[in-house]
Design a protein around this ligand. Sequence first.
Ligand SMILES: Cc1ncc(COP(=O)(O)O)c(C=O)c1O
Length: 394
Amino acid sequence: MDSTRTRKQLIADRVAGLSPSGIRKFFDLLASLEGVISLGVGEPDFVTPWRIREAAIYSLERGYTSYTSNYGLPELRKELANYLRCLYSIEYDPQGELLITVGVSEALDLALRAILNPGDEVIMPDPCYVAYSACVTLAGGTPVPVPTTVENGFAIRAADIESRIGVRTKALLMGYPANPTGAVLTRPELASICDVATKHGLIVISDEVYARLVYDIEHTSFPCLPGARENCILLGGFSKAFAMTGWRIGYAAAPREILEAMTKVHQYTMLCAPTVGQMAALEALRSGENDVVAMVEDYNQRRRLMVKGLNDIGLACYEPKGAFYAFPSIAATGLTSDQFAEKLLNEERVAVVPGSAFGSCGEGFVRCCYATAVPDIEEALRRIERFVKRHRMP
Ligand SMILES: Cc1ncc(COP(=O)(O)O)c(C=O)c1O
């Protein structure tokens, strides 16, 4: 090795070239301040329901501490197949079409690494979850963002996808209900996207981690659409619906050949998802339904409070139908989303995430997570109102 190389030069180009998550910067700042109300972190404020925790504790008492099958516990895969059948009338064989992963995060990474050759392009909405573009790059691919707008409810449109398809396009990666916008896609919108994907032979990676968190609508799972299943990798997880972010359990459902390829990567890198987490996930599927319904009802109340509050303040906010984020426009202030978030944190001790962290089309917006206690949302809204009054454009 050339001893004159600096430490920096030792870092792989594709990693060195990644910019750090725009979210992390804020959390570092936030950690150094007191009295902050955080609308920043995208995670439930509920503790995992007791029965789920108890099942995990009991599994430890019984000594379930070894590796599981690479694919995940057979009982969990069987229960998961039932769950997907009951919710969406879709069939996945627990033997070879379902893989239990370390959160949706791992499932996403596996999907991309299993299908991408260097330089393959992956189409994705802009704005979108911060990890999408980075994971595509890390897997050797090239992210191709498709702008979405508030006028269209931040829904990615089939025609915009089609216009960006070229010879290197391999996949479409999308997550609806969406982080950071709370956008959802209707069944006809999904069907048009499916037509385009089928016509051009694209693999669709459908991140449905927020599938259970929808309000006054029904979620349509992408692979349920006629003709969609065979080229779809469905990603789902327990973090959001069951308030289980720290357990790190997710899953991928895909046709056998694709799932086999993902499992190859998984078995050499992860071996299996944490056993105690899998035990907890099994209990979640068996007995967690009422808890999910109760939490969704709670989020719905908070959603209404947050969206009305932001609109009353003068930060125009379209109605998000899913996830637990509001994505108001900050145009009334004339600040950039970075300036808005930084000043709001320093002046009023409220943490939101700048929309620009999610792609260039997120500029002009901020993400406010309403998975926060109602009194905190109310106080945050009072503080934001004071802030906007001071910074309103003349
Ligand atoms: C759209 C989206 N996908 C995936 C994840 C990661 O989920 P998990 O905790 O299952 O890894 C998140 C987390 O915020 C997310 O917002």
